[in-house]
Design a binder for this molecule. Structure first.
Ligand code: NDP
Length: 506
């Protein structure tokens, strides 16, 4: 017992002096041979790992997912195969654009990523607190993030660049309106919904496929900061979200979300007037009603933030049998980019880190790489097939084929009517979902944000964005133009009339 608590180096060498370095006499220079000194300094220098390039500031907690409704007609995924069945989960929620030390109450979408530790392997559902996203093609992702992060010249975030990107990419409008509504500044992390955002597949025991969207609806009720309260909170408690979540769980006040799915058959997908795999679109809840699935509860704080939150790695590529991908282009891009980002950040063996491990030992033929901390296959064969081990492949996990068109480069089809309606759903949100007060707050929030647009291109950028607002609702564009003090010749006050000077962007 005594030995167990001896202070030692990482290799197990007991420390002799903790406080003093070895020196030549009491006043002389330090000795190169003081290995413990090197180890302490060198390890400290390496305490920081590359922070996530997006979603750097986050909070996570462990919990359970409990099935409350039978959805086995849609999926054979084992975690859903029995009422009352519980699966261990970890949920991480985060801001997107800010760095690891940034304030929690920024106006930003929040990441909402769940890892389900299922008996069939880990399933990562890596979404946001909004049902849509800014872009619908992953080729634009790095451009989008560059525009939202710090300006390479003065190292400040820039409303000019943010709105410049939005104005050139009208598919962002749906997400922009949600972001600028009061839901863009949620009160911490417990009072917001979460969404899988992409469409995914579900595959049942008969090997039949449907497409689904996932919705986590908060049982705490929606609660948002006003624009002013969010600004205030950034300075009074920049870590409000982390504190609020951590303390609620410590108090035994466990936050819960009800998981629902929306289901579209492959026939309904084929007949849809818009592309149901476009992540800038929602599926109407009136046409595709929410079907309850279960309850997600957070009930245990991580025991160490770095080990279990900083090293936590999600990838939408990780699905389990009974759940599959969809042709959503952004999802397809993330299947590549997320595991790649984790390999860069945590190393090729990031799934060997305890918080990322699945419930059972994994056998395959991947070997070596930095930080191999398992047995690395011991002396077993490292190729397949071989005459020596008993590993086999189970064909029960085969998915039904997906029918596709046969054009490879269909860029021209992308301009067809069903692909490029960027305005109808934002219009429904603005006119039918938001009430008067929320519409007013939305306009004020947009004006406050767009007031930051500066420089010689400012009128051009504002004009281009007003065009998009005008396509949603003339009143929306008008209020924002007036709030920004846009006057002739750039803006005539009536953006949707024939002689207005808001021009359709080229
Ligand atoms: P519904 O009236 O059936 O649903 C509206 C949805 O909008 C509800 O889930 C509501 O959440 C949510 N909502 C309300 N205010 C906001 C906001 N400021 N930001 C984001 N979501 C909000 O309508 P439809 O399903 O027919 O969709 C109409 C429009 O609602 C869509 O064009 C889209 O803009 C928006 N929406 C749709 C969602 C969907 O999955 N169909 C999801 C979220 C938004 P709550 O019930 O908690 O108020």
């Amino acid at each position: 017992m005594e030995d167990l608590f001896k202070l030692r180096s990482a290799s197990g060498i007991p420390y002799v002096y903790e406080q003093d370095s070895r020196s030549v006499g009491p006043r002389g220079p330090l000795l190169l041979e003081d290995y413990i000194l090197h180890e302490k300094m060198a390890h400290f220098n390496r305490e920081r790992i590359p922070e996530r390039v997006v979603h750097a500031k986050g909070s996570a907690a462990f919990g359970t997912f409990t099935v409350t409704n039978d959805i086995t007609q849609y999926t054979r995924a084992k975690l859903f195969n029995q009422l009352g069945k519980q699966t261990k989960i970890i949920l991480r929620m985060s801001t997107i654009a800010g760095e690891k030390g940034s304030a929690d109450s920024e106006r930003d979408p929040r990441g909402f990523a769940v890892k389900f530790y299922t008996e069939d392997g880990n399933w990562d559902l890596v979404g946001n607190n909004t049902p849509v996203f800014f872009i619908k093609d992953p080729k634009k992702f790095s451009d989008f993030i560059h525009s939202q992060k710090r300006d390479p010249y003065h190292n400040l975030r820039s409303a000019t660049r943010i709105w410049d990107f939005f104005s050139f990419n009208p598919e962002s409008l749906h997400q922009v309106l949600i972001l600028m509504s009061n839901r863009g500044t949620p009160y911490g992390l417990r009072h917001m919904h979460g969404y899988g955002s992409h469409a995914f597949s579900m595959i049942n025991a008969k090997n039949e496929r449907v497409y689904v969207k996932f919705h986590f609806r908060t049982q705490q009720g929606i609660k948002n900061f006003s624009h002013e309260d969010a600004i205030q909170m950034r300075s009074t408690d920049p870590d409000f979200s982390q504190r609020d979540l951590f303390e609620a769980i410590e108090r035994g006040n466990f936050p819960k979300w009800t998981l629902f799915i929306q289901v579209m058959t492959t026939d309904q997908c084929a007949k849809s007037s818009f592309n149901p795999f476009d992540i800038t679109k929602t599926w109407s809840q009136k046409e595709f009603p929410l079907i309850e699935v279960g309850v997600l509860e957070l009930n245990k704080n991580p025991s160490n933030y770095f080990a279990q939150v900083e090293q936590l790695a999600f990838a939408p590529a990780h699905v389990v049998d009974g759940i599959g991908y969809s042709p959503d282009k952004v999802l397809q891009g993330r299947i590549l980019s997320y595991p790649d980002a984790q390999r860069y950040r945590l190393g090729a063996n990031y799934e060997q880190i305890p918080v990322n491990q699945c419930l059972f030992a994994v056998h395959n033929y991947q070997r070596d790489g930095l930080m191999t901390v398992t047995g690395n296959g011991e002396g077993l064969a490292n190729y397949y097939p071989n005459s020596f081990d008993q590993l086999f492949i189970e064909n029960d996990y085969e998915e039904p084929p997906v029918k596709l068109g046969n054009t490879i480069a269909d860029w021209y089809d992308r301009n067809s009517a069903g692909e490029n309606d960027h305005y109808s759903q934002p219009r429904t949100l603005f006119r039918e979902v938001l009430d008067n007060k929320e519409r007013g707050d939305l306009c004020i929030n947009i004006i406050k944000s767009m007031q930051g647009i500066i420089g010689e291109k400012s009128l051009e950028i504002i004009n281009r964005q007003l065009y998009h607002f005008c396509q949603v609702d003339q009143m929306l564009a008008q209020i924002i133009a007036e709030g920004l003090g846009i006057s002739p010749p750039h803006y005539q006050g009536s953006p949707c009339t024939e002689n207005h000077t808001i021009h359709k962007p080229l």
